[in-house]
Design a protein around this ligand. Structure first.
Ligand code: SF4
Ligand code: SF4
Length: 353
């Protein structure tokens, strides 16, 4: 019964747009001690919510989130592969946005589909079930659970990698008070001797113990970091204004990943390569309007403009000066400080022979 029910649930998950579906138990995740060590080393930077006592207890034991939990359904849904989209040939300095943020915010898209899947499970298992839904929204070690549910291995770049879908997919979980047939864990490590991600990372923050130091990761610095970007790391940002795809783009397992993307995550015009001068001129209401349905709103206007100021400075383009001068008078001190720094860089670049 549980094997047949598990099969039809996975089939329904595929119909709802999740080509990846696996089942695991709510036992403590295998890499929990490594996670604790990562926190103890301070590699979570300013993300103090990760070190919170209750959140740590839940990551160690998913039953803290749902005492009746008997199975965890782990789901994956692909987003656009991180290929380089060339900028339009209009001569405007352009930034780069990580491909997961080219379409709609997955936090807005996935919960409805997860609720539909729970309704299906309840209809096929005799009625209402205790359950909880997560889309990167709760204290779960989701890559660990996904590996144990058979969806792939955790690569040296710390992403979960599926042998066919690569690493560009969102994960979601449903904790269920229902016995389903667990999948065998994905035991192989298919990174082998490859080191491409480690060698390509612009800040060298991918560590030999298969963790990364968020304090130097561009994804952290441009999204979760709410303060200044350390001056010594600003040149490494290059064109990135929200996230960074480098360690996924170089991964050979993403080379052959299917190109079909769920329509919700297809690139919106202008999102992959934003006009940096226009970005720096967004006032608060224009920022809200432009990114109402986008993950970019996570950085807030002050973070996004901070990043745009650094990327514009990195472009070294003289036409950046006027926008940076204007932003150096912005009402927000974080934007002002990064724009003033950017202006200084452009002026130094102009003085170079
Ligand atoms: Fe390095 Fe960028 Fe990957 Fe962070 S996201 S580990 S900065 S390559
Ligand atoms: Fe593993 Fe190579 Fe991919 Fe890095 S680039 S995650 S080492 S396969």
């Amino acid at each position: 019964m549980s094997a047949e029910l598990t099969r039809v649930i996975k089939e329904e998950a595929r119909r709802l747009g999740f080509p990846l579906a696996g089942v695991t138990t709510p036992e403590p995740p295998p890499h929990w001690p490594a996670y604790e060590n990562w926190l103890a080393m301070g590699r979570h930077a300013s993300m103090n919510y990760l070190a919170d006592e209750r959140a740590r207890a839940c990551r160690r034991d998913p039953r803290r989130l749902l005492p009746e939990c008997r199975s965890i359904l782990v789901l994956g849904i692909p987003y656009a592969p991180p290929q380089t989209i060339p900028p339009p040939e209009d001569g405007t300095p352009r930034g780069r946005v990580a491909s997961y943020a080219w379409g709609q915010d997955y936090h807005l898209v996935l919960p409805e589909r997860l609720r539909a899947l729970v309704a299906f499970i309840e209809a096929h298992s005799g009625g209402p079930l205790p359950h909880r839904l997560y889309t990167d929204t709760g204290p779960l070690l989701e890559r660990d659970l996904a590996q144990r549910a058979g969806l792939g291995w955790i690569g040296k770049n710390t992403c979960l990698i599926h042998p066919r879908f690569g690493s560009t997919f969102f994960l979601a979980e449903i904790l269920l008070g229902l016995d389903l047939e667990p999948d065998p864990p994905f035991e192989a490590d298919r990174c082998g001797t490859c080191r491409r991600c480690i060698e390509a990372c612009p800040t060298g923050c991918i560590l030999p113990d298969r963790s990364l130091d968020a304090r130097a990761c561009l994804s952290y610095l441009t999204i979760e970091n709410k303060g200044e970007i350390p001056p010594e790391l600003r040149p490494a940002l290059g064109e990135w204004v929200f996230g960074c795809d480098i360690c996924q783009a170089v991964c050979p397992w993403n080379r052959f990943a299917p190109l079909e993307v769920d329509p919700a995550f297809a690139p919106h015009p202008g999102r992959p390569r934003p006009d940096l001068i226009a970005a720096l001129r967004l006032d608060p209401s224009a920022f809200r309007r432009q990114f109402a349905d986008s993950p970019v709103q996570r950085a807030r206007r002050r973070g996004y403009l901070r990043n745009a100021a650094v990327a514009l400075a990195n472009s070294g383009r003289p036409e950046a000066a006027a926008a940076l001068a204007q932003a150096s008078q912005d009402a927000d001190p974080l934007v002002r400080a990064h724009a003033a720094w950017g202006l200084e860089q452009i002026s130094k670049a102009q003085k170079r022979p």
